[in-house]
Unconditional design. Structure first.
Length: 425
């Protein structure tokens, strides 16, 4: 797609890391309840703590990467620890140690890999804004392959085969990263002149307080957005099971889990179209600002939930055609591509010099808070009607969209200042 070779290295490394993580996660609850014979409540609690921790450890790992290890070593060390954790899952005695190892390794790996993307481009490169969308395809390609490979191996041949496949995927990602590191940008350190106060312009541009305020506000807004978006694997899955007619021609019924694969599949199909469009806009100087794009994305997700509210309210028989659910995923995925990869890129570009991994970690912390909020909102599913619930989710996403629209000005000003200082240096 006309991108630097380094993006291919980062893309494939992330694809295999996501393959390993989601492959193991797709088996985790089944393994605990069927093999370890844990109760459902205990298994769900362990699952929730583990998945939340995975998004919390990058805050610490990002700081370690920036201050001491450097991004390259953090990726290699973190990925190695994660691979060990996946292989430890083969032993029931090491179960909790394995979960801890994966979470700790992820803390180093997750923020350190995407924070290298921005160094592949110059400030004026029109491909720069779309790089994170292409990287996002790698995430979804790994997420699409993971349950098909690891899940099938685990269910058909035994749990440890699935966990072993996840570990092999992590090793493949590490091998690609190590052999392709010559195409990647060098690690950046906190500049000595900045610490010594020798460059007042640089100090003004990298003022942590101002950057934290703007990015913190965007992060809180994205948390709110995720409260609605993350219902895809929660209440939307419940609705697909009970209220969607999944029968197609010939009397065959579409498995409800297949709809979960629609999202990553549509990300892969739609991304090249959006990237080509945004690149043409960037060449002409007409590409919307990142925060403005993100507001469009949140409003698109709100429109997807409004569709379900309308369909649910109009259905007197209690079940709706599966085509409406497929259309929901199409609109939701289009909105997702306007906000999640764009937000990742915005955090990377506005990161103060020498704090790239730490700033990326803050972006993933928004996912931590958003997943917790989604769980709280999901508790309303059995309290209010489906139509009202979908309307509420539309309101949550629309509120996030409005907030992002208002944050476009401060984010744009910070981006201009950041770019001006980088140009002067």
């Amino acid at each position: 797609m006309g991108q630097p070779r380094g993006l291919t290295i980062l893309f494939l490394t992330e694809m295999w890391e996501i393959f390993s993580y989601y492959g193991m996660r797709s088996l985790l609850v089944y393994y605990m309840t069927k093999q370890l014979l844990l109760g459902q409540q205990q298994a769900s609690l362990i699952y929730g703590i583990y998945t939340a921790t995975v998004y919390f450890t990058p805050i610490i790992g990002g700081a370690i990467s920036d201050r001491w290890l450097g991004r390259r070593r953090a990726v290699i060390i973190g990925g190695s620890i994660m691979a060990i954790g996946h292989f430890m899952m083969a032993s029931e005695a090491f179960f909790y140690f394995a979960l801890a190892a994966i979470a700790i390794g992820n803390g180093l790996f997750l923020p350190s890999l995407p924070s290298q993307i921005d160094g592949l481009y110059t400030q004026e490169d029109p491909r720069r804004g779309s790089a994170y969308n292409i990287y996002y395809v790698g995430i979804n390609l790994g997420g699409l392959l993971a349950p098909l490979v690891c899940g099938t191996l685990g269910e058909v041949y035994g749990w440890h085969w699935g966990f072993g496949a996840a570990g092999i995927g992590m090793l493949l990602g590490l091998a690609i990263y190590i052999f392709g590191r010559r195409y990647l940008p060098p690690d950046s350190k906190i500049p000595k002149r900045q610490e010594a106060g020798l460059n007042p312009v640089s100090r003004a541009a990298t003022d942590l307080r101002r950057t934290v305020l703007v990015l913190g506000a965007i992060g809180l807004t994205v948390m709110l957005f995720r409260g609605a978006y993350e219902q895809v694997g929660n209440t939307i899955a419940l609705w697909a099971d009970s209220a969607v007619d999944r029968v197609v021609a010939g009397g065959l019924s579409i498995p409800m889990t297949w709809f979960q694969a629609l999202n990553p599949l549509l990300v892969i199909l739609l991304t090249p179209l959006f990237v080509a469009h945004w690149t043409r806009q960037a060449v002409k100087g007409r590409e919307p600002a990142p925060a403005r794009k993100m507001s469009f994305g949140a409003l698109g997700v709100a429109a997807a939930y409004l569709l379900l509210a309308a369909v649910s309210g109009a259905s007197s028989a209690g079940q709706v055609s599966w085509l409406w659910l497929a259309l929901f995923f199409l609109i939701l995925t289009a909105g997702e591509l306007f906000i999640l990869p764009i937000g990742l890129g915005l955090f990377a570009r506005l990161a103060p010099e020498g704090y790239g991994a730490t700033t990326i970690a803050a972006w993933f912390f928004a996912a931590f808070g958003g997943n917790l909020l989604a769980g709280v909102l999901g508790m309303l599913w059995s309290v209010i009607g489906h139509t009202e619930y979908f309307a509420l989710m539309a309101g949550v996403a629309a509120t996030a969209g409005l907030a992002l629209w208002l944050l476009d000005g401060p984010a744009g000003q910070l981006k201009k200042t950041h770019a001006a200082v980088l140009g002067s240096e």
